[in-house]
Design a protein around this ligand. Structure first.
Ligand code: URA
Length: 438
């Protein structure tokens, strides 16, 4: 190392800005195993408490980005665009928008993650499709994009190794929550994917990591700032996560909901109205950023007509087959239980983080990274915010291959639902839209 580690830690602790060279030296030494975990942990805590400057956050992103392979798709003549969501419950838009956007002649190189905390992950959802493989190398990733215009894979070991190592340390040192560290972690991985533009779905509310609209907007602006400094066009939708998106929560159940929307089953657009609308808005924004539409509104119109033409469903079946998945073999749970609430009135609030945690209890997510997921586990909500409920009507059905955690999951969900006598006002699904770059 060129610099003294303690000097760098002290500089951040004192609220002084590091140079690009200092950041690169410090991160580089950590990846090369020349800097111990305890010094990195001390620096991460200093960075969380003192807050890195936007310039430092960009340098950190860039250093982490170049700690591994950066994909170059410049020989693929289409625009390359991905979407990133900051995470929620029942958040499954990727599976709907990727095939739609690929049908609009835009390449979608999608590298996704597993569930994090109470929120689900696209990789776990794809794993519920028997045979579907997401662990592919970059050569195969490129081939899928060339042949099908899209691919949905997990982060390879060669992409952003610095983030992998630092994220694991943040997870056990209470330093995940730093906005600057979150931004550097997310954007380093996205910028490594070889994209031209990025659409962000930054969520706020009871099921999101950012609980307030202002925190979500602040996070979106920081993510956009880094993307724009990295030469990308970035657009963020700030979307409401005060209840699960759509009706199905849990891996195979979420795939079923996406298939129903993609297949344009009668009434799917109304039954899953929020998921349907958000997926089309995100897809439309990607189509606009890919210069295939003159406005987001036109992009949404194009996305809607692709969906209703059946082309997106065909593309979804095509990519499932190409990645080895058998969509007709989705597993079904051995057990189910209806859940009722002992009150009459309208649902005014749902503690959506608790719903995510209840999902983990029944096996839809992991308590420990070594846990195995039950792909059939999850919930189908019959009632959403603002719906009328009464003791005789189930508000949801729980599914799993074991009933052992049904009681604890039911308690978590029921305790987190507030019912009131008058019908509450519905907040808008998309609260804001922020754009950056040209
Ligand atoms: N997702 C990431 O990839 N990194 C973070 O730090 C938080 C969410």
């Amino acid at each position: 190392m060129k610099y003294l580690a303690t000097e760098i830690i002290a500089k951040t602790r004192n609220g002084q800005e590091l140079t690009e060279d200092q950041i690169s030296d410090f991160i580089g030494a950590y990846v090369a195993e020349e800097l111990p975990d305890y010094q990195m942990a001390a620096w991460l805590m200093a960075a969380l408490i003192k807050k890195l400057t936007p310039q430092e956050a960009y340098w950190l992103t860039n250093t982490m980005l170049h700690s591994g392979e950066v994909i170059d798709f410049s020989d693929i003549a289409k625009p390359k665009i991905d979407k990133h969501s900051t995470g929620g419950v029942g958040d499954k838009t990727s599976l709907i928008l990727a095939p739609i956007v690929a049908c609009a002649d835009i390449a979608v190189p999608m590298m996704s993650g597993r569930g994090l905390g109470h929120s689900g992950g696209t990789l776990d959802k794809l794993d519920a499709i028997p045979g579907f493989t997401t662990q592919l190398d970059l050569h195969r990733f490129r081939k899928l994009i060339e042949d099908h215009g899209m691919a949905m894979i997990g982060q390879t070991p060669t992409i952003c190794p610095a983030d992998k190592k630092i994220y694991a340390l943040r997870d056990v040192t209470a330093t995940v929550e730093s906005k600057e560290l979150i931004c550097a972690s997310i954007m380093s991985k996205k910028l490594a994917e070889g994209i031209d533009s990025l659409v962000l779905d930054v969520k706020f509310g009871s099921g999101a990591f950012m609980k307030t609209l202002s925190d979500a907007k602040d996070l979106a602006e920081r993510l956009i700032d880094i993307g724009v400094r990295g030469g990308k066009r970035v657009c963020a939708l700030i979307s409401n996560m005060d209840q699960p998106l759509g009706r199905n929560v849990g891996n195979a159940l979420e795939i079923e909901e996406c298939v129903s929307i993609l297949r344009c089953d009668g009434g799917a657009d109304m039954l899953y109205a929020d998921n349907y609308q958000l997926s089309l808005e995100l897809a439309g924004t990607m189509i606009f950023l890919g210069n295939k539409a003159d406005s987001v509104e036109e992009g949404v119109d194009i996305a809607t007509s692709i969906l209703h033409s059946g082309q997106a469903y065909e593309k979804f079946l095509e990519i499932c087959k190409a990645q080895g998945g058998d969509i007709d073999a989705l597993p079904k749970a051995q057990h189910q239980r209806e859940v009722r609430i002992d009150q009459s009135g309208y649902i005014a609030e749902m503690n959506t983080e608790e719903i995510g945690r209840a999902g983990i209890e029944i096996g839809a997510g992991r308590k420990y990274s070594t846990d195995t997921i039950d792909p059939t586990a999850g919930f189908v909500f019959h009632s959403k915010l603002g719906d009328k409920v009464e003791p005789s009507k189930p508000i949801l059905t729980m599914y799993a291959n074991s009933t052992s955690a049904f009681d604890v999951a039911e308690k978590r969900i029921v305790n987190g639902i507030k019912v009131q006598k008058s019908k509450p006002q519905q907040p808008p699904l998309i609260a804001a839209r922020i754009e950056g770059g040209h």
